[in-house]
Design a binder for this molecule. Sequence first.
Ligand code: NIG
Ligand code: FE
Length: 408
Amino acid sequence: MTLQLDTLFINANLATMNLDIDAPYGAVKDGAIGVRDGRIVWLGKMADLPENICQKKNTWDCQGDWVTPGLVDCHTHLVFGGNRAQEFEQRLNGVSYADIAKAGGGILSTVKATRALGADDLYQDTSTRLIDFLYQGVTTIEVKSGYGLDIPTEIKMLEVARKLTEDHVRVCTTFLGAHALPPEYKDRPEDYIDLVCNEMIPKIAELGLADAVDGFCENIAFSPAQIKRVFKAAKKYGLPVKLHAEQLSNQGGAKLAAEFSALSADHLEYIDEDGVKSMADAGMVAVLLPGAFYTLKETQKPPIDLFRKHGVPMALATDCNPGSSPITSPLIILNMACILFGFTPEEALAGMTREGAKALGLGDIIGTLEIGKSADLAIWAIEHPAELSYWVGDIANVDRFFKGVSYE
Ligand code: NIG
Ligand code: FE
């Protein structure tokens, strides 16, 4: 039988991250990967490569480099105007993140800057930021709205996010209308939630601009009851949900998200065991964001031993945003997860591949190197996959192989 391929990767060490392969990192040493129509159709040891291979395109000799699944950054706020360096300075002078938000700064200052930018400029700024992610092996990125808080700007943000697929990356978009209360609805949160539920979600669903709906459940943002209304509206339009939960206090957000079979709850520094159990029962992913923990100089860590104990998958993401995580390096996040949260380097890589994919509901398509999955690969000139978490700075030497346009 002849193996029909477009591309063949040879002499590669594969960190498949496939749990069915009983080796650290699901490793297959001295391996090869065959790709046809953007999918992995053969994977195994060089020694087992079939003799009859018919190739239309090229052979990529990895010369002993490691191949991992393309990185999946499952939580970002990549589309935004301006920056908040001055608030960074204020925080270092002792003003808290919550106090800046209460005084009308924080998210709302980015809302102002994002509303003011035209779509083309917003795309240019975002696309420039995206380059850092691509140079570090990212092949899938989730991008949230939530700095518009009015219909035209939320749509503008999501359209910019969708357009990023032209930059050769798989993009998942998330509508985050319930991120903060816009100034025109000051002291009228229920009215704003009405707008989110009755106008924004239907419009965005009609335009097909969002793959999921998110909210910020916190005492400086929206209550569990308000988020519940948003989730009900999302479900009505068939959109999966996820939640910024337990970042600064325990509001029971993760439990609420579990009631709606959410894909993930994110941040989770203040979650308790009850919350973790409800996530486990609902099959949710815990998305941990060490960049925000680091930037806000938090001291309460997410309970990673409880996630391990209850078998809740732990994903990692940059949370790239101008306030709590002005970070465009996914690899620094792997290092932070190890140093700040006690991840092992293998858990960290899984967090930004296999578990990140699950957090986006794409676990059947990407996240591990497996026959049948999309050939979203990152090829690294390293001697061991732990190097991805170990170096702080630019380890460079990564090639991406990405054939997808948007996810199937
Ligand atoms: O994930 N927690 C809420 N949202 C963002 C921060 C947004 C901002 O400060 O601009 C986060 O940390
Ligand atoms: Fe976030």
